[in-house]
Design a protein. Structure first.
Ligand code: SF4
Lengths: 194, 465
């Protein structure tokens, strides 16, 4: 996993709530047996029409907006457990998703792929959308060590929560599996006692 | 004063790291072709075997055709995914109930059917509807592919213990109201995100009155309110269902298991972080009108109007959903024309569902112009439907009984609802494009779906039961 420490980037706004994993990556694109290439079909049916032409008006097709931070409405990532949703976001180039809350499985999948879910209050989320609308190039800084999200232009700063273990993994680029493999003796002891 | 959830969870914690998530031991792991290939690649990269191969069961369901399953899969990418599963199971020594195997079927249908799913277990699968198995008093939840790899490698996952919610449904269900209506009603009440961060226990007399199939339907959709999973305390019905199944404990093992299963309940004085109580008498046949499972109404109610909602973002969401669905605010749902009817998915594709549908359609004909797919949850369900003569009833009514798989629940194979068409579906998700690009889904119970097939539009089944 690619380590994550800090990131300064402008942001892409997606002010839609309950963005489900079928929108992030529709099922018909889940047929690959590798992790790569899902970014091409990220938000496929919002992004392209049935003839495969980009739909005007969808934010990823709008050159005004760019960056490695996606700011989305509440309950982002609800629906299926497909990790392909996280892979598609990472493959497209996102490193951070900001929302007022995330679906549980999506959050776990994101963290397992070096994609940082930053949960902010409903009120702040509104302000972030407004700031991006006012100036699409406005930069944000995400500092994982300090657990802060800063709107650089105003200095406005918000703290976000992250499990300390997960934070350590992200900063160092460790996978859970490395940790679990180190626990084999304890797991075998558990089995013997069960 | 632990809850049922606490009892099972705490008994499966291998170690509890300070500030970190629990290392949770997994009894049973199910895998399928879509969310597993990258996990096996990970094992290969690390050069490690599957830690406990006997505790993983594989099947092919998401991406399989539901016609002519004995022929090679036509679509190259689907074929590759299914072939990759076959190779991975062979390479790593895992049991596979693949295409052509008598036990093949939707992973959440075959686990209980084979007696692999047993009370008190922890169960995971790279699939969010793993919550289905909670009907047996298990902690069962969906995981991502990285976690599938972790389970293959160590038989464990790292999880923070979720918060606990109890949802009580008390009283007697009215005629024409089924488990599916209960869960659609609950989600409509607490919203598609009302359960986020929680693990739910369903309780109350209406829940207890349900058959095991009905309980599976309820637990199945826990994820649709955002919950990690849902479970129901096992009782005599549960034990009777499990007993005698292929992989159920036998003889002295059964007695030992049963003694343990009798301890699986929430203590009187246990405390939940959140609790809801609903009256079964308030529940009517439900139908969804929108693009998340929380957007449902009683079938005799109209589609809500944006101005009836009190917050701006809900109004926006409603307007967006109605535009996608091609519905008017305030219109009646009853009488709404339908083009397709899908009876299937891990929510409602068990023999009980098919019997209910057959019972209703016997001697009737589907409405002209409606296409009806009945897709059994497993090969065994299909065989039984044929043995009981249900297949003949379906054929006579113009319903097509297909072969087992996920099918139009997610439209990954060729079973897709065309753009703009309306489908009453017994599945669990009405997301945009879920049943095919542009497809418009109404979620409902099997009986409401069957009635729509016969009438060609949505009807209130209470008028015919
Ligand atoms: S039937 Fe639908 S919800 Fe169930 S496992 Fe298959 S795709 Fe998932």
């Amino acid at each position: 996993m690619t380590p994550f420490t800090t990131l300064t980037s402008c942001a892409v706004p997606l002010p839609i709530e309950h963005v489900d994993t079928d929108q992030i990556i529709p099922a018909r694109f889940l047929k690959a047996t590798t992790r790569e290439g899902f970014g091409d079909n990220l938000f496929r049916d919002w992004r392209y029409d049935s003839a495969g032409q980009p739909k005007a008006g969808f934010v990823l097709n709008d050159a005004t907006y760019a960056g490695e931070i996606l700011v989305a409405g509440k309950n982002f990532g609800c629906g299926s457990s497909r990790e392909h949703a996280a892979w598609a976001l990472v493959d497209y180039g996102f490193r951070v998703v900001v929302s007022s809350f995330f679906a549980d499985i999506f959050k776990a999948n994101a963290l397992n792929n070096g994609l940082l879910p930053v949960q902010v209050s409903e009120a702040l989320l509104k302000e972030l959308f407004a700031a991006i609308e006012a100036d699409p190039a406005t930069p944000f800084t995400v500092d994982l060590e300090a657990q802060t999200l800063t709107l650089d232009s105003s200095g406005q700063q918000a703290h976000f929560e992250i499990n300390p273990y997960k934070k350590m993994c992200l900063i160092n680029g460790y996978d859970d599996i490395d940790f679990l493999l180190s626990q084999t003796a304890a797991i075998e002891a558990f089995e013997a006692g069960a | 004063m632990p809850t049922l959830f606490d009892k099972i969870w705490d008994a499966h914690v291998v170690t509890r790291a300070e500030g970190g998530p629990d290392v949770l031991y997994i009894d049973t792991h199910f895998i399928h072709e879509v969310t597993s290939p990258q996990a096996f690649d990970g094992l290969r990269r690390r050069g490690i075997p599957v830690f406990r191969p006997a505790q993983t069961v594989a099947t092919a369901d998401h991406n399989v055709p539901t016609l002519d399953q004995h022929l090679p899969i036509k679509e190259a990418l689907s074929r590759k995914q299914v072939d990759t599963l076959i190779r991975n199971c062979a390479d790593f020594g895992l049991e596979l109930y693949g295409l052509g195997h008598p036990y093949q079927g939707i992973v959440h249908v075959i686990g209980p059917e084979l007696g692999v799913t047993q009370p008190g277990q922890t169960i995971v699968c790279g699939d969010s509807h793993t919550s289905t198995h909670g009907a047996f008093g298990t902690i069962a939840f969906g995981i991502g592919t990285s976690e599938v790899e972790q389970v293959l490698a160590t038989q464990c996952v790292l999880k923070e213990k979720p918060k606990k919610m109890r949802i009580n449904v008390e009283g007697e269900l009215r005629p024409g109201v089924f488990a599916k209506d209960i869960i659609l009603y609950i989600i409509a009440q607490i919203s598609a995100s009302g359960g986020t961060g929680y693990f739910v226990e369903y309780a109350g007399s209406a829940i207890r009155s349900l058959s095991m199939e009905g309980r599976m339907t309820v637990c199945n959709m826990s994820i649709e309110m955002g919950a990690r999973g849902g479970l129901i305390a096992p009782d005599e019905k549960t034990f009777a269902y499990v007993k005698g199944r292929e992989f159920a404990p036998k003889g002295a093992d059964w007695d030992r298991a049963l003694a343990h299963w009798h301890t699986l309940y929430t203590d009187e004085d246990a405390v939940f972080d959140r609790e809801y109580t609903f009256d079964a008498a308030d529940i009517a046949p439900m139908i969804t009108y929108g693009t998340n499972p929380g957007m449902g109404v009683r079938v005799d109610q109209p589609v809500p109007r944006p101005e009836e909602l009190d917050n701006e973002s809900d109004r926006k969401q409603l307007a967006k959903s109605l535009a996608y669905m091609g519905l008017e605010a305030g219109q009646a749902m009853q009488g709404q024309k339908v083009d397709y009817v899908f009876i299937g998915s891990c929510t409602n594709s068990r023999i009980e569902d098919l019997r209910l549908v057959a019972d209703y359609v016997k001697g009737k004909q589907k409405a002209p112009g409606v296409e009806v797919w009945v897709v059994p949850g497993s090969r065994q369900v299909r065989e039984q439907a044929m043995a009981e003569g249900l297949a003949d009833v379906f054929r006579a009514a113009g319903f097509e009984l297909r072969e087992a798989g996920c099918s139009a629940c997610l439209g990954m194979n060729e079973d897709k609802v065309p753009a703009g068409k309306y489908c009453v579906s017994t599945s669990n998700r009405n997301f945009e494009g879920r049943q095919g690009p542009g497809a418009r889904t109404f979620l409902a119970s099997p009986l409401t779906a069957a009635a729509a097939a016969i009438h060609g539009h949505i009807v209130d089944v209470r008028e015919s039961v």
